[in-house]
Write a protein that binds this ligand. Structure first.
Ligand SMILES: Cc1cc2nc3c(=O)[nH]c(=O)nc-3n(C[C@H](O)[C@H](O)[C@H](O)COP(=O)(O)O)c2cc1C
Length: 315
């Protein structure tokens, strides 16, 4: 029997994806803040197989982050208020990017500025260095004051993306927050600014309380909820953004299985980033990748691009 059955493990599919000017070998990436600077993962994951790696967000100056506690486990995910703890972009360029660039997987450098000037300055710095495949603008971190304005104001978002694009030769990705009234409106602004792709979503604002002590558990009081609990929110955001823009999307939020990945692709994401799942199953990206061709073939398709945004609704 020569025919390949729909769920055959030997099924093949073209996994390559094109996000604006950014070409990726496959649509399975790891999300910022959940994979460190990849060194810690080298022993357990074949990093060269990933569709891309988004290291922890870097800022212009070093940041010590928020007071403890910074993470809390929740029934279907976690809350964090790390507060962009990092050594600053100069240290990143000197110590982390040269290593990351050797891994054989596209490196998408995530940056966050307190001001538009800082975003632009860092984009220009990355443009002048070898090693980064693209820049992801983290305009959505709920754990620092100021920065999130770029992700909640359409006008600021559009201007910021346009300014970074003008200052930087690399593809520009805008990472959006779900903590807005209309995700479609912000996605349109990122598109108008010239984003090559839009990543969504960052964490949803949440909090945890120790009622006996009448105290918040997080040092920063409010943090960002991630993990399986937010998957339906993220799917809804991807679906709404896909209807609003032509810019390719990267789905993020509670993705933990191959079925989750397929749901995001069908909803309209051209690629996905796996986040919180890396803390409890760091090799999951590879097993998802192994199963992806068979799932695509089971829909009668031969490539990722054939199934992106093919959700059928009666609306
Ligand atoms: C501990 C932790 C740290 C994070 N740090 C960052 C960060 O530095 N930059 C960023 O853009 N997103 C950060 N995120 C958000 C994730 O990249 C992702 O957008 C979010 O967690 C939703 O995906 P998930 O549910 O798969 O984790 C962080 C998430 C967690 C849980």
């Amino acid at each position: 029997m020569n025919a390949v059955s729909p769920l055959s493990p030997t099924a093949s599919a073209d996994l390559r994806v094109q996000l604006g000017r950014l070409a990726l070998p496959n649509p399975v990436l790891v999300a910022s803040g959940t994979f460190g600077y990849a060194r810690e993962m080298e022993q357990v994951v074949d990093l060269s197989r990933l569709g891309g790696i988004v290291p922890k967000t870097v800022t212009r100056q070093p940041r010590t982050g928020n007071a403890p506690w910074r993470t809390v486990e929740t029934p279907a995910g976690m809350l964090n208020s790390i507060g962009l703890d990092n050594d600053g972009i100069d240290s990143f360029l000197a110590h982390h990017l040269p290593y990351l660039a050797t891994l054989g997987s596209p490196i998408i450098v995530s940056i966050a500025g307190r001001t538009a000037e800082e975003f632009v300055e860092m984009s220009a710095q990355l443009s002048a260095m070898a090693g980064a495949a693209a820049v992801e603008l983290n305009i959505s971190c709920p754990n620092v004051s100021g920065g999130v304005d770029f992700g909640t104001s359409p006008l600021m978002c559009e201007r910021l993306v346009a300014d970074c694009r003008a200052a930087c030769m690399l593809p520009i990705i805008a990472k959006l927050t779900p903590n807005v009234t209309s995700i479609a409106e912000i996605a349109r602004a990122a598109e108008a600014g010239g984003a090559d792709a839009i990543s969504l979503i960052n964490t949803c604002q949440g909090m945890a309380i120790d009622w006996r002590r009448r105290r918040p558990i997080l040092g920063n009081v409010i943090g960002g909820l991630s993990g399986p609990a937010i998957k339906p929110i993220a799917l809804r955001c991807v679906y709404q953004a896909a209807k609003a823009v032509k810019t390719p999307l990267m789905g993020i939020g509670g993705i933990a299985t191959l079925d989750d990945v397929m749901e995001f692709l069908i909803a309209g994401a051209s690629a996905v980033q796996l986040g919180t799942v890396n803390f409890y199953n760091p090799t999951v990206s590879i097993s998802v990748l192994d199963g992806l061709p068979a799932s695509i073939a089971s829909l009668g398709a031969h490539s990722v691009s054939e199934i992106v945004g093919t959700l059928q609704t009666d609306k």
